[in-house]
Design a protein. Structure first.
Length: 223
């Protein structure tokens, strides 16, 4: 049974979503003490988090950043704030999906199911992918370089997996977007750019400068 944590200031929305997901067989819990979100997160150990942006004390971006320090658990932002700046900020802080309020509860459920499938049924035909001095652990989704190891988010992992499998050849933006989000939902093109930038920064932090290159108008390549 998957566990879903709902961090939503509107108690009516939190109750409605919680009751609906309970009927689908999920175990849910929603925040009531908005000063101690991390204690709730670590105690409940959710498989997915639904996060509003506007919250008491600290906003959803803050809590997303705090969660990302200790976990790669997928985070879905649900918010009435729908301008591009906030959507990009949500992705850049480590969010995996962004759903605008008001939303259809059945659409929300379908997106949750799709994200859980993508996150917890990642292919594991090989345990490790290697490229130059990099090793991508396909079980733990960690990236290793010599004696340093970094944890990757789901999207970072999937981007690197495809690029390492196809190293030396250009992978188109369309291929990456289909791998990350499928071809049945609209994703702003800038969202992929944000995710690739995060991958590039992870590589650079390991000393792997210029490994990931952009082929303008085409895609990306590891070389």
């Amino acid at each position: 049974m998957y566990k879903i944590l709902i961090i939503e200031d509107d108690i009516t929305i939190a109750n409605t979503v919680s009751n609906h997901l309970d009927k689908w067989g999920y175990e849910t819990r929603y925040a009531e003490d908005f000063q101690n979100i991390m204690a709730l997160f670590t105690n409940f150990e959710p498989d997915l988090v639904l996060m509003d942006i506007t919250l008491p004390y600290y906003n959803g971006f803050h809590w997303c950043s705090e969660i990302r320090k200790i976990s790669n658990t997928p985070i879905v932002f649900i918010s009435s704030i729908s301008d591009n700046m906030n959507i990009v900020m949500a992705m850049n802080m480590g969010g995996d999906e962004y759903i605008e309020k008001p939303f259809d509860i059945n659409v929300l459920t379908a997106k949750i199911q799709a994200l859980l499938r993508r996150t917890y049924t990642l292919p594991q035909q090989r345990n490790v992918l290697s490229y130059r001095n990099l090793e991508l652990n396909m079980n733990s989704t960690e990236l290793c370089c010599i004696d340093e190891t970094l944890s990757l988010s789901k999207n970072e992992y999937m981007i690197l997996q495809l690029l390492m499998e196809r190293h030396g050849t250009v992978v188109s933006r369309e291929e990456l977007m289909e791998k990350l989000w499928g071809n049945d939902e609209f994703i702003d093109d800038n969202t992929l750019t944000v995710n690739v930038t995060r991958v590039r920064k992870k590589l650079e932090s390991l000393g792997c400068i210029d490994y990931l290159k952009t082929k303008k108008g085409i895609g990306y390549i590891l070389e």
